[in-house]
Write a protein that binds this ligand. Sequence first.
Ligand code: SF4
Length: 362
Amino acid sequence: MRKNRKKTEKVNVRGLEIGGNALVSVQSMTNLPIEDVKGTVKQIQDLVNEGADLVRVAVRNEDSIEYLKEIRKAVDCPLSADVHFNYRIAIEAIKAGIDKVRINPGNIGSAAKVKEVLKAAKDHKVPIRIGVNGGSVDREKFKEVTPATLVESALEHVRILEDNDFHDIVVSIKSSDVFQTIEANTYFSEIRNYPLHLGLTEAGYGVSCTVQSSVAIGHLLLKGIGDTIRVSMTGDPVEEITIGKKILEAAGQRKAYLRIVSCPTCGRTDPSLDLLSITKSVEKELSEKFGGILKGKDKQITIAVMGCEVNGPGEASHADFGVAGGRNGYMTLFSGGNKLKKIKAEEAVIYLIKEIENMLGQ
Ligand code: SF4
């Protein structure tokens, strides 16, 4: 599913394609010190289980390389190294089996050092991501951070790679400002074809981060811009993937194999029902039970959890199956708008599982 996307060059990151006709990927970054190998490996596995296509790890110094090697051995997913300034760390990370490096060539130092990094990247077929954000714009050269100076700053790094005949490039241009991010990425996509990594920087946490990231990333994706995304959020990185996947679904770039819809409830909902808890448990249990089975299939199942049986089955007649609240702890199981039977609210999950199993012929 790749809708109305601007065609970009393609890079390959351990089998994960970014750009070209590839699906928009979702990525995150570990937030534990790399010395905590066990914790970092567990975090990477949790991210992959949630759906991360790529995970980035900060490689802070040359001592980090030994830990990176251990992490590399323990996980098989595409890994990106986040390296700042030090060209030796970039080279050693590439030799340690990293699949992509985030480094800005303009910050490495001499041309000879850049060449060494690019030789290692070429030898190991490792793409480089140039990452520019408001804080990395050279303030001596550019007085203000604007969409134009963000793009010009990114282009300076891009040109260094191009001058060295290196084109395996991904670019990110991030700002904490939604409009700046949208404008800068739109502008860049008009003048270059490199795949774009979308996201905000210093995006905060919780609802505010979710909303701002959704607006910025969603807007660009709907314009056909963007090849991989990261929701940068203070807190558990697994949440970044959960939200990133939802953004991709809302922007029509991914199909949700299991879609749970629910009503906001109103005065018609019987006080005996806690619809939020029921909806959460339906989503959790059904995702665990059917996630693996439905993933990658062309089938989408929609389940509705509605607050009343008067309007619920009709409002959610598009759903394959649903439950709608009745009185005194009872609900009505329905399918395609038709009422099937009365059930106890605490049995909603059991009945929904049975119906889905029948539908799938299990
Ligand atoms: S389905 Fe019923 S409870 Fe839910 S919003 Fe509609 S009328 Fe209200």
